[in-house]
Design a binder for this molecule. Structure first.
Ligand code: GLN
Length: 252
């Protein structure tokens, strides 16, 4: 199962400090993940990193393993950001391996990632998919469960829901339509991180300057990572130097 992470904070950090440099970085999790519940041994079907620049999100995605991309490893040391969403992918059997299928997906100033699988795909989701405008289906990022989940979240946002409500609603409807699905969803909008833990690992940590990182697996062994209980929704907003980040974890 894929691994993902998100970060938001008051001061810029390099992509490398989150994605490639920590002892159990996303790069390490691409070839030696520690907690791959539900199958898969490596996350080698591609990767994506989205970061907030001065005006908008930038997205770098490839359908190769992260460790083969020397140019990304170099770029990551030179780019700074206050908000990031990144993922390494282990494609679910039967789903396409392509750049467009690699999270994060970007739309309307937000990034989205999904760790897991929708059971009974695609038949189990036919009724939910039918609630979407045809154009949303014709413009899915890829023919994957993750891309459909993102379209369902976006439809709820377009209807006026806030991110936490939209994500929680899609998880509830998907579990009803496809019981047993693994649904760790993650949305970053530059100001907050909203994430779910549904049958998959998730942890977070905070920093003295008010930043917060959420990740499938802790990036190191020493920094007070807090596991998120299964069946939870996490909302994290950064603080400042005298102002701790606000992290709430509630039952879904
Ligand atoms: N099912 C999704 C995909 O194939 C996510 C895969 C995963 O979490 N391993 O892209």
């Amino acid at each position: 199962m894929c691994r993902h992470l998100a970060h938001v904070g008051p001061t810029p950090v390099t992509l490398a400090s989150l994605v490639t440099e920590p002892e159990h970085s996303l790069l390490v999790q691409s070839y030696a993940p520690a907690d791959m519940r539900g199958g898969g041994t490596v996350n080698a079907d591609g990767f994506g990193v989205g970061w907030l620049g001065p005006a908008d999100w930038h997205l770098y995605r490839r359908d190769d393993p992260m460790w083969t991309d020397a140019s990304f490893l170099d770029l990551a040391r030179g780019v700074g950001t206050t908000a990031l969403v990144a993922a390494v992918r282990s494609a679910t059997v039967g789903m396409p391996v392509s750049t467009a299928a690699c999270a994060p997906f970007r739309a309307d100033g937000r990034l989205f990632s999904h760790n897991g699988v929708v059971r009974g795909w695609p038949h189990s989701m036919a009724d939910l998919a039918a609630t979407l405008p045809a154009l949303d289906l014709l413009t899915l990022d890829a023919a994957t469960d993750s891309a459909l989940l993102w379209a369902l979240v976006r439809a709820r946002l377009a209807a006026g829901k806030d991110v936490a409500d939209a994500v929680a609603g899609v998880v509830a409807e998907t579990l009803a339509a496809a019981p047993g699905s693994r649904l760790n969803l993650l949305v970053g909008d530059g100001e907050q991180i909203v994430a779910t833990a549904v049958d998959h690992a998730l942890s977070y940590r905070t920093y003295p300057d008010g930043a917060v990182t959420v990740a499938s697996e802790p990036l190191d062994l020493h920094h007070g990572w807090v596991p998120v209980p299964d069946g939870s929704l996490l909302v994290a907003r950064p603080g400042g130097v005298h102002d701790p980040p606000a992290v709430t974890v509630s039952a879904l």
